[in-house]
Design a protein around this ligand. Sequence first.
Ligand SMILES: Cc1ncc(C[n+]2csc(CCOP(=O)(O)OP(=O)(O)O)c2C)c(N)n1
Ligand SMILES: [Mg+2]
Length: 415
Amino acid sequence: MSRLVNISKVIGGFKSNSSTFKGSSLKIVRTLATSKDAESIDSSDLVSVDLPQTSFEGYNLDCPELSFETEKETLLKMYKDMIIVRRMEMAADALYKAKKIRGFCHLSVGQEAIAVGIENAIDHKDTVITSYRCHGFAFMRGASVKSILAELMGRRTGVSFGKGGSMHMFAPGFYGGNGIVGAQVPLGAGLAFAQKYKGERSVCFDLYGDGASNQGQVFEAYNMAKLWNLPCIFVCENNKYGMGTAAARSSATTEYFKRGQYIPGLKINGMDVLACYQGSKFAKDWASQGNGPLVLEFETYRYGGHSMSDPGTTYRTREEVQHMRSRNDPIAGLKAVLLEKNIATEAEIKSYDKAARKYVDEQVAEAEGDAPPEAKMDILFEDVYVPGSEIPVLRGRISDDTWDFKNKTFLNKVY
Ligand SMILES: Cc1ncc(C[n+]2csc(CCOP(=O)(O)OP(=O)(O)O)c2C)c(N)n1
Ligand SMILES: [Mg+2]
């Protein structure tokens, strides 16, 4: 029986996209739904959005429309998604500092608009794959907050059953969470190939960083995607640094959206969730209509260090970080839109923020209460293959490590 329960329901006009262990996704909707959500917002209640001219820049491409209409509830949902992702990352930060999370941990505080904008523009048939900075994407694709935090703490209820950790998170239609810089890019082209081969009109969002963008395998993937007209949307999250190296010190040109050469590109303001949403919708339409790949660049910024072991202050100034936080924050930006368009009052937004904090705190407590995986060999070798597709034996580092899947024991065979 699958341990991953997929729940996707519409409650009170809000779609829960959370699949979860022991079902907490329904709670997310109920916790954050206010009486206004359920009673006074009609799902056909449209609002017009006018993006600034600076939202997009095209390369061999006509930019998406700056003015569009969308449902008010979509804007509210994006706000709630972003505050949940940020609270979850802040909880991970605190748990790490309390030594309850060990090992690698890369947070995306500041970059939330990208995962949220993309997910609100696509559907469950589309696929997403990214690097180690993956918690927000895992949540948006359907993993519960609890299962993500439990994974970070090495609990059996974690999204990878407590054996993966920060960089190895998966959900339906989400192919990780990949720790090897750039390695996911050709995998994403492969996903897009499979989607096209199966005749689906879906697309793959294939994400990587500015640091990864110079790797040869990125250009190999571009080539094949264009050659075979794959519905692959290459997405460079340009957060201005690869670890402690500024983009201009590692990239001969930092116009990442132009680097597909023969593939059209689009630069998107990655600090504005509405631009991320509109740009992602445009990209999905483009690729699913058979136009082949696109290269997107989301210009963004991470507020914290590269990982928990980097304070993030030695290669950039405090003023730079402060400037981005105070002038470009994606959550504050959408809040201003909600207020300006009378979609929510200041008091309602405060209540959403409070509910998000309470919800994440509860999820932390539940995850902390869960047990780690038992120290059993069959648990160690579980999930290496999809059940039923195992090879007879898996060789380890030494002969004593050779595992017999059928009999769930070591063979002790000497090679
Ligand atoms: C093949 C490989 N080389 C080096 C590393 C070490 N490493 C981890 S993250 C990173 C920087 C990547 O920066 P970027 O692509 O901009 O992503 P960001 O961390 O900014 O999201 C490096 C060099 C690695 N994990 N894999
Ligand atoms: Mg980077």
